[in-house]
Design a protein around this ligand. Structure first.
Ligand SMILES: Cc1cc2nc3c(=O)[nH]c(=O)nc-3n(C[C@H](O)[C@H](O)[C@H](O)COP(=O)(O)OP(=O)(O)OC[C@H]3O[C@@H](n4cnc5c(N)ncnc54)[C@H](O)[C@@H]3O)c2cc1C
Length: 299
């Protein structure tokens, strides 16, 4: 049945039994039955209607920088938007960009046009679509501050437009985490600034990341959401779990808020480590830690 996808997508952009470890920054994850790199919005529409017609499960992801894919992998079709749809149009203070562009690159382009507001995005290793779905943010800024609207496709490939309010953006959350659509484009509005100042701020933030985060090891960023009144890194350190490991998954020795893949980690290793940290935080400190990373794939 999957081979019928060859009528929609060129064979070079269809990958059967594709290890998701090649497509996640964690370098973890079993195979997707089929992974597709779409080249156009029309192609995504056709893939979505094909999956709906054939009753095949379908999931979308960007650059896999916030994803933990289970070891059994993904049943059905995984559409990888990251790096595929990357067109950008900048007019005045407004940016219309397709969802697959890297957020860091978009921040760089905005800076080049002396537009301020996306400096926080420097160093977030995801796509624009993923950043909208996650309401990504850092150092006091978040996507909510700059998003005007976005366009998405439903499971039949129909266009849906969401204004800011309809996206229901909150701390690392959006409406797109509750029902499944494919974000294809976003409209951002920034403010005019001084190019040199914008670039200097971005460089400073990149330096801060470099000095604090384990960027030399595979991870999916902050493992947990920040609980009210606590910072996750110090909390995990307080539990004595900095450097604690299960299999190949380890609490980073550089920043305890990150679980890293120290080599050969499985998704089960990461999930066991997460469950252990949650249990320790709950029983010893009475704090409920909830994962920020998205866990997908067959259980
Ligand atoms: C070293 C490191 C540092 C990080 N620092 C930060 C940080 O400072 N702040 C922060 O917020 N995050 C951070 N992250 C996490 C991650 O980069 C962000 O959440 C990013 O926005 C995810 O984008 P992505 O394209 O990789 O999404 P993915 O990981 O591919 O997907 C994440 C979720 O979004 C959904 N999604 C992705 N694309 C689409 C789309 N086009 N349409 C619909 N749904 C979609 C997926 O289904 C999934 O549920 C960091 C990660 C790493 C590895």
């Amino acid at each position: 049945m999957y081979s019928n996808l060859k009528n929609i997508v060129e064979p070079e952009r269809l990958f059967f039994d594709e290890p998701m470890s090649r497509h996640t920054t964690f370098a973890i994850g079993g195979p997707a039955d089929v992974l597709v790199n779409p080249q156009s919005i029309e192609e995504i529409k056709s893939i979505l209607s094909f999956c709906t017609r054939e009753n095949l499960p379908c999931m979308v992801f960007g650059m896999g920088s916030n994803l933990l894919v289970r070891d059994k992998g993904i049943r059905g079709v995984a559409i990888k938007i990251g790096d595929c749809l990357t067109a950008v149009d900048i007019k005045g203070n407004d940016i219309m960009a397709q969802a697959g562009i890297s957020l860091s690159r978009l921040a760089g382009l905005a800076a080049g046009h002396s537009l301020s507001g996306l400096e926080f995005a420097e160093g977030i290793p995801g796509s624009l679509g993923g950043a909208v779905a996650m309401n990504a943010g850092a150092y006091g800024g978040e996507m909510k501050d700059v998003l005007v609207s976005c366009t998405a496709l439903d499971e039949r490939g129909q266009n849906l437009i969401f204004n800011q309010e309809e996206m229901n953006l909150g701390y690392r959350s959006s409406i797109f985490q509750q029902f499944s659509v494919v974000i294809i484009e976003a409209h951002l509005r920034l403010v005019k600034g001084e190019k040199e100042e914008i670039l200097a701020r971005m460089a400073a933030l990149a330096g801060q990341r470099q000095s604090k985060q384990p960027l030399d090891m595979p991870s999916a960023g902050s493992t947990f959401r920040r609980p009210e009144g606590f910072y996750v890194g110090p909390l995990i350190e307080q539990l004595g779990l900095k450097g604690y490991a299960i299999g190949g998954a380890q609490v980073s020795v550089k920043h305890a808020g990150f679980v890293v893949n120290r080599g050969g980690a499985t998704a089960d290793d990461v999930l066991s480590l997460i469950a252990y940290i949650q249990d320790q935080a709950r029983t010893r400190l009475g704090v409920e830690l909830r994962p920020e990373i998205k866990v997908v794939g067959e259980e």
